[in-house]
Design a protein around this ligand. Structure first.
Ligand SMILES: Cc1ncc(COP(=O)(O)O)c(C=O)c1O
Length: 380
């Protein structure tokens, strides 16, 4: 450890297979695509993109992004509804800053993305859990909580949820939107995994509802190009975009990512993002199948649904303590995330989250084998 110079958030000791990380594999970061795009951008000899950027994000970039989204979503996206961010984490932080006050109540799915929970806590928000099942958020539970509570917003990962893997059904999407209007709360939909769909099923994103003032859709290039870009976008009604543009942060620093968005614009125009997504889907589907088979073979006691997209298996090991198991697993050179991290209430102790996108097939099999070996010792 003494010689460890931090250069990436993803630090994994030599020999360890950490199925806990939730990032693209190093082999799948869009290095060549980005090199070509950067060369094309600099070859233009127009330094405008090195200047402070326009507050909402480069207008031409937003047009090109809107074209990509219109094709991908299957409905027209208006560039004036897009606001360029430094990724979803940044978008969540901005939404908390501009739409909430410390002490406000928000609703989160149980379980939810643990690092978003931390952002909400940083803003002094009170987190109330809404239960989920294999079809996503349970609307009856939401309705019950709405009788007593007035949340500022509901944070939801509607598609290939992190960690649960589930996707909210269309019926529930419609019901949720209806409730947001009746009870006047915002839906903050984190659509990070929307384009990583390994099934034939078309899913209508919450971006489709952003003509309403109660729906905000967030997305990012982190999982479809590279997290190091720190580039993403918010899609929302103009009334929600306005506070994001008119503030001191924008006055002083300008738009959030003029440099990177100018480079990504090049690869969007070249059609390279579509190609990259096709490659990722092929690679991740294969890794998913291998993890699915390994889990069934090595851990017959495990309870899980096979995900249809995204990054994760959410696995219940009945009677086990995920946190304790993780500690023991270090000795077997394998890692994962324990379920309790993803619960706003510290629940779900017998779950673990396993990521299948970071390692190749061989390492995934070896990782699951190591978990089995660890369990054998643990259970003795
Ligand atoms: C559900 C979810 N939201 C947001 C993020 C982070 O997105 P970004 O890199 O755009 O901040 C992740 C990354 O793991 C995620 O799983």
């Amino acid at each position: 450890m003494t010689n460890y110079i931090p250069i990436s958030q993803t630090y994994i000791p030599d020999g360890m297979i950490d199925l806990g990380v939730g990032t693209p594999g190093f082999d799948l970061l869009a290095h060549d695509i980005l090199r070509r795009a950067a060369e094309a951008c600099f070859a233009k000899n127009d330094p405008t993109f090195l200047q402070y950027g326009t507050e909402q994000g480069n207008g031409y970039f937003r047009i090109v992004l809107a074209n990509f989204l219109s094709r991908g979503y299957g409905f027209p996206v208006d560039p004036s509804t897009l606001f360029v961010t430094n990724g979803i984490s940044n978008a969540l932080d901005l939404i908390c800053a501009f739409f909430t006050h410390p002490g406000d109540t928000i609703f989160v799915e149980e379980p939810s993305y643990f690092l978003a929970l931390r952002i909400f806590r940083d803003h002094g928000l009170r987190l109330l859990p809404i239960q989920t099942d294999e079809n996503g958020l349970i609307i009856e539970d939401l309705e019950e909580k709405l009788v007593k509570e007035q949340p500022k917003f509901l944070y939801i990962i509607p598609t290939f949820q992190n960690p649960g893997g589930h996707t909210l059904t269309q019926d529930r999407r419609d019901q949720l939107v209806q409730l947001s209007q009746e009870h006047d709360f915002l839906i903050v939909a984190d659509e990070v995994y929307h384009f990583l769909n390994y099934s034939d099923k078309q899913i209508k994103p919450f971006a489709a509802y952003t003509d309403l003032e109660t729906v905000i859709s967030l997305s990012t290039f982190s999982k479809i190009l590279a997290p190091g870009l720190r580039l993403g976008w918010i899609q929302a009604h103009p009334s929600k975009i306005k506070p994001l543009i008119n503030n001191g942060l924008m006055d002083s620093g300008g738009g959030l990512n003029p440099f990177t968005s100018a480079i990504v614009l090049e690869l969007l125009e070249a059609g390279d993002l579509d190609k990259n997504i096709t490659t990722l889907i092929a690679t991740y589907s294969s890794r998913l199948k291998v993890m699915d088979a390994a889990l069934r073979r090595e851990l017959p006691q495990a309870e899980f649904e096979t995900p249809q997209g995204g990054f994760f298996f959410w696995v219940r090991l009945p009677g086990m303590d995920g946190g304790g198991l993780r500690e023991k697993a270090r000795a077997f050179n394998v890692g994962f995330r324990q379920g309790a991290l993803f619960s706003s209430q510290g629940g779900m102790p017998d779950y673990v989250r396993l990521c299948y996108t970071f390692y190749d097939e061989e390492k995934i099999e070896a990782g699951i084998r190591r978990i089995r070996q660890c369990l054998e010792v643990f259970l003795k």
